[in-house]
Ligand binder design. Structure first.
Ligand code: SF4
Length: 385
């Protein structure tokens, strides 16, 4: 079986080339052809000796993901659905803005964390993506966008690991993919422009700080453990106190001097002004006397059967006002790509519905609804992706 070279960071590709009797500089040439030029064919690598190209043809391949669909929004957002086999699909979303062009990519097919408000969480967990499948989303999007806009310049300026899956539960594939994003021989993105978003896998946050410290976003969504236990079930394992301590530790290695907290605004669930005041107290207690975090408030992006509502704009504004008044930088995410279901998990959910996943999830949802009732909550489900 041929080795897919998209699986490798530079160190891995050097080791592979050495196994073929080739030197490190050959690996750098190949790495640049793949990631900077978008080559998928060894014949295009014209500065490699014919004998090496032949050796590569015999032993290796550059295997992209299969594109199941592409949706383009009126606002420039592009969403791709990639078929990763066995009825599974993952999504990547390109979001152009005035000062940046961000690609949001996936780390797993489905997700085991099961956040109550998340379309992906409703689909359950299928499998981890490989490093090659993670980086292939960036490889495809970057070079496809260059072709469609007729440029040879870099298009994507930022990458966020905020699509399907919990990246820190797929750590061994995540780190080589991150290294390729950062490598000057590949995409050359700065650490500040690559963000890993986690629901709070505390031990892996510490490892990421040591192994590959990129910008960190944490899905918070609640100001206390009781509500967060329900919205983000991982909180039962790593409660808020432990999570915030890990965030403070991460700051010592982080490329930015703040952590971003993502907070999905759910009407009547977590959007009251008193809950904003609780959040202020929470972050101040974690690191007194320092402005160390910012909040990104995300209006819930409805998906079929979620049963949840987006907080009304005045409630979001009032919530943001409390945080801002306390000196915390607070932004409200613009909703993008509403016309193409750009919230992560929505298109993939439709694919999986055709593979009987809907039945499996319906039974899981019944169980979770019973649990929710037992805990006397009236929480619904939303999507942040
Ligand atoms: S919000 Fe993220 S961690 Fe939670 S279920 Fe969805 S994909 Fe998983």
């Amino acid at each position: 079986m041929k080795t897919n070279l998209l699986e490798f960071d530079l160190a891995g590709l050097v080791a592979f080339c050495e196994s073929l009797g080739e030197k490190r500089f050959r690996a750098i040439q190949i790495y640049r052809w793949i990631h900077q030029q978008g080559a998928s064919d060894f014949a295009a690598m014209t500065d490699l000796a014919k004998s090496l190209r032949f050796k590569l043809e015999q032993n290796a391949c550059i295997e992209p993901l299969k594109v199941a669909s592409e949706h383009r929004s009126k606002d420039g957002t592009v969403k791709w659905l990639f078929d990763v086999g066995d009825g599974n699909a993952v999504e990547a979303v390109f979001i152009p803005e005035d000062d940046r062009a961000t690609l949001c990519i996936s780390s797993q097919a489905g997700c085991a964390v099961g956040c109550r408000f998340c379309s992906t969480g409703h689909q359950g967990f299928s499998r981890n993506l490989t490093a090659g499948e993670i980086i292939a989303q960036l490889w495809f999007a970057e070079h496809s966008l260059r072709r469609s806009s007729g440029t040879t310049e870099r298009v994507i300026s930022n990458v966020v690991m905020m699509g399907m899956g919990e990246p820190l539960q797929n750590y061994s594939a995540l780190v080589p993919a991150l290294r390729t994003m950062l490598d000057d021989h590949a995409y050359g993105l700065s650490r500040r422009r690559v963000t890993v978003s986690t629901s709070g896998v505390v031990p892996m946050m510490d490892r990421l700080a040591r192994d590959c410290p990129v910008a960190l976003a944490v899905s918070l969504h609640a100001p206390d453990d009781v509500l967060r236990d329900h919205l983000v079930p991982l909180n039962r394992k790593y409660p808020l106190r432990e999570l915030l301590d890990a965030c403070v530790r991460y700051l010592a290695s982080a490329p930015r001097d703040f952590i971003t907290f993502e907070y999905c605004m759910l009407d009547g669930v977590n959007d009251r002004a008193e809950q904003a005041h609780q959040l202020v107290d929470l972050v101040r207690a974690a690191l007194p006397g320092k402005s160390w975090c910012k909040f990104n408030l995300i209006p819930f992006n409805p998906f079929p059967a979620s049963g949840l509502s987006r907080s009304p704009p005045p409630a979001i504004d009032a919530f943001a006002e409390v945080l801002s008044h306390a000196g915390i930088v607070t932004t409200v995410r613009k909703t993008r790509g509403d016309d193409i279901d750009a919230a992560c998990g929505q298109l993939a959910g439709e694919v999986r519905d055709r593979t009987r996943a809907a039945e499996r999830m319906a039974s899981r949802r019944t169980i979770s609804i019973h649990r929710a009732k037992a805990r006397t909550f009236d929480c619904k489900e939303a999507d942040i992706g």
